[in-house]
Ligand binder design. Sequence first.
Ligand SMILES: [Zn+2]
Length: 65
Amino acid sequence: MTTDDVLTWICQYCGEENELWVDLTIEDKQDFIEDCETCCRPNRLIIPQQKEEGIPFVESRLTDE
Ligand SMILES: [Zn+2]
């Protein structure tokens, strides 16, 4: 069983893809700020609560909305 995975998210400011290592052993919803590697602007990343057979994904949002 894998305990972590690389997910990609799209920067809401410049549209570039970023990679993020996600700890899949954390079942609760994760909500944090991560800077874009390309434009260095902070994106708010939300990883919904992990479901047993669901494919984990990252939702990115503007931090100033
Ligand atoms: Zn960016």
